[in-house]
Design a protein around this ligand. Structure first.
Ligand code: APR
Length: 233
């Protein structure tokens, strides 16, 4: 990979599927238990805060029973050994990339293990259940909510993501259906910059046609193989 220096990687629910974390749109997906508009919109939070807080409490609690898989571990190895720039942008709100050891990482859709104050905007690490009306440790307002970017809200760190894409020589998308923007548009931004593009996914995604190369299969198999290729002397 002589001419690859700067890499941007995007992950979605598929990278955590083999850890036992439900994907959103597959069989048994998280959303199949709930309509998106009932648990992942600002309107839903205003309409039924108990339901929304409980939905994310259940998913936060489940993190204790899952572990990083071979894909997370391979990405952490690349993070540690890649000499150039590397940014792992995850749409996932689980903490499996961190637990595997990735550090050059950001969560564009928020994190289960964080609480957001709707009054002052402070984000606070949060491990346990988060009932509605919990007081913010910073401003004291009873306005803590799950730190999840709801549909219709602005994803986190878009400027940092766009700056990384502007310098990328390679954009790799792993385990995402390409159904939700702006993440689904990153491959087009990368292509316009002349970056190489690679998709690693179980099934063809809505964005597959944009990738110069698509490899179909489980992330636990494809990602370690790809990382080996990238780190080969
Ligand atoms: N290995 C690789 N890919 C997999 C695996 C696996 N073991 N299992 C499933 N996949 C793929 C599926 O083929 C699908 O393309 O992962 C993708 C999961 O798609 P979604 O369930 O739509 O999840 P994601 O793309 O992350 O959703 C994006 O939508 O609901 C919102 O905010 C939520 O971040 C989420 C966003």
């Amino acid at each position: 990979m002589a001419d690859i220096h700067n890499i941007v990687i995007l992950t979605g629910a598929g990278v955590s599927a083999e850890s036992g974390v439900a994907t959103f749109r597959g069989p048994g997906g998280v959303w199949e238990g709930h309509r998106v508009e009932d648990v992942c919109t600002p309107q839903a939070l205003a309409r039924d805060p108990e339901l929304v807080h409980r939905f994310y409490d259940e998913r936060r609690a489940k993190l204790a029973s899952v572990a990083p898989n071979a894909a997370h571990r391979a990405l952490a190895r690349l993070d540690a050994q890649w000499p150039g720039e590397l940014l792992l942008v995850t749409q996932n709100v689980d903490d499996l990339h961190e637990r595997a050891g990735s550090t050059r990482l950001l969560h564009m859709h928020g994190e289960l293990k964080s609480a957001l104050c709707a009054a002052c905007g402070i984000r606070t690490a949060w491990e346990e259940a988060l009932p509605p009306q919990t007081e913010c440790p910073n401003c004291g307002t009873p306005a803590l909510r799950p730190d999840i970017v709801f549909f219709g809200e602005m994803p986190y760190e878009m400027e940092r993501i766009e700056a990384a894409l502007a310098e990328a020589d390679l954009f790799v998308s792993i385990g995402t259906s390409g159904a939700v923007y702006p993440a689904a548009g990153f491959v087009q931004t990368a292509r316009h910059r002349g970056a190489a593009t690679l998709e690693l996914n179980l099934d063809p995604s809505e964005g597959s046609l944009w990738f110069a190369e698509s490899r179909m299969g489980p992330a636990g198999v494809l990602v370690p193989t790809w990382v080996e290729e990238m780190l080969a002397p």
